[in-house]
Design a protein around this ligand. Sequence first.
Ligand SMILES: Nc1nc2c(c(=O)[nH]1)N[C@@H](CN(C=O)c1ccc(C(=O)N[C@@H](CCC(=O)O)C(=O)O)cc1)CN2
Ligand SMILES: NCC(=O)N[C@@H]1O[C@H](COP(=O)([O-])[O-])[C@@H](O)[C@H]1O
Length: 205
Amino acid sequence: MSKRIVVLISGSGTNLQALIDANFSDASICLVLSNRKAAYGLERARSCSPPIPTAYLALQPYLKSLPGHTRSDYDAEIAKLVLEAKPDVVVLAGWMHVLGESFLDLLKGVPVINLHPALPGEFDGTHSIERAFEAWKKGETTRSGCMVHRVVKEVDRGAPVLVREVPFQEGDTLESFETRLHAAEWEVIVEATRTVLADLKAFAT
Ligand SMILES: Nc1nc2c(c(=O)[nH]1)N[C@@H](CN(C=O)c1ccc(C(=O)N[C@@H](CCC(=O)O)C(=O)O)cc1)CN2
Ligand SMILES: NCC(=O)N[C@@H]1O[C@H](COP(=O)([O-])[O-])[C@@H](O)[C@H]1O
């Protein structure tokens, strides 16, 4: 029975594309969900043959359309969309929304993992690459990296599944470092997803 992967995105979807191109032998992407309508990752899913089902739900339009509803209600709605796809694993691949307990409680028992462009305990949150680059320029570090970690309430603090260091090189610009880091991400997200798929029971909290 083919295992089911749900991928959450917010942007260009190059990491989603890496998962699509991985052609997992025992799994397939059954839903791509975005919180941004213009996310090119939705087009990547629609362009597959056969197309991967997509869904879109943004926070602000949701709140505007349902007065009295909260961010927690939105997170629960996201969870319901995800669960309707019957996932074995959920991958946050550039999903730029912090998920609250209403999401995490509903997803109990389903591994949820996140790709983060920094090393454990460093540069949590957003703009991680830029912040690491500035730290290197100040002589505060010689490397950054990327990781896939389990998603818990505390942002980017879940147990790492896979970590990859990416050293800075003399003469690096932000763009040259980003190029190397994104290439590392495309490998790490596939390898980490394969690891979770291979031992779902171990990762199902
Ligand atoms: N409960 C968790 N939710 C999410 C995690 C997590 O570890 N636990 N990881 C993030 C992904 N991420 C970093 O890897 C991250 C994404 C976005 C933000 C953030 O501050 N988002 C703001 C909105 C920012 C924007 O819209 O540009 C917000 O949610 O209000 C922090 C970390 C995904 N979710
Ligand atoms: N904190 C989360 C975060 O910064 N995620 C980052 O968003 C980018 C998404 O790229 P993509 O849309 O091309 O896959 C990736 O670099 C990913 O690490």
